[in-house]
Design a protein around this ligand. Structure first.
Ligand code: FDM
Length: 214
């Protein structure tokens, strides 16, 4: 059984890279690859679940939600996809998951009054990624890449606080974190992601699916 599952927790989205990411070339090893991004598949108009729609409206500032509530909704939105994720993993499909529980913990714990420990709790036991890639970019370089949009959380001060929380999360040696230098060219970033991915997919074949943060 192949249990490759990766989460891409990036401080800033690089659209060209995400496009390439979906064609990372896992097929050349005879494996299938599939993107399962839950509510985030807005490019594909997939806001299929009720919870996903609540989160989207909140991020687009069309509605307000209490901070603990939105945190738990993000987590619930992952849990509601777990049966499907497990089914696909059992079929031998490698899942590439954008953000996942790591963004959940980093973003909420960057808000005043939230501990990282509390923020991680609702996601304890989710399918554990075999690899988590963090695309590292300095705030100065990130600023050159493009402007923030209108969505909630898209301010430099908040993103800096989020980055600090990611640094805390990365200290956890039970998760296979790999930091990718995102200041390289798109080609080089792609090569690096591709090589980590292929290595992990092949190593994960003989491993059972783990439980996150347990
Ligand atoms: N985000 C994302 C959270 O606050 N919690 C979560 O659990 C997840 C998955 O939502 F600012 C935040 C991160 C980001 C916003 O995500 C929308 P995208 O990937 O930028 O669309």
């Amino acid at each position: 059984m192949q249990v490759g599952l990766m989460a891409l927790s990036e401080p800033l989205v690089i659209p060209e890279l995400l496009q390439r990411w979906t064609v990372v070339g896992i097929d050349s090893q005879g494996h299938q690859e599939e993107v399962l991004a839950g509510w985030r598949e807005k490019e594909k108009n997939d806001r299929s679940t009720t919870i996903g729609q609540l989160i989207s409206a909140y991020l687009e500032k069309k509605s307000d939600l209490e901070d603990h509530t939105v945190h738990l909704l993000f987590s619930a939105n992952r849990w509601e996809r777990v049966p499907l994720m497990k089914k696909k993993l059992e079929e031998g499909i490698t899942l590439v998951v954008d953000r996942y529980a790591f963004s959940g913990a980093a973003f909420t714990s960057a808000k005043p009054g939230f501990s990282l420990d509390w923020c991680m709790k609702p996601d304890v036991g989710l399918p554990k990624p075999d690899l988590v890639m963090f695309l590292q970019l300095s705030p100065a370089e990130a600023a050159l890449r493009g402007q923030f949009g209108e969505e909630r959380y898209e301010t430099s001060a908040f993103q800096r606080a989020v980055q600090q929380q990611f640094e805390e999360l990365r200290k956890d040696s039970t998760v296979n974190w790999q930091v990718i230098d995102a200041s390289q060219s798109v080609d080089d970033v792609h090569k690096s992601i591709s090589s980590h991915s292929l290595h992990t997919v092949s190593a994960a074949q003989s491993l059972p699916l783990g439980e996150l943060w347990k």
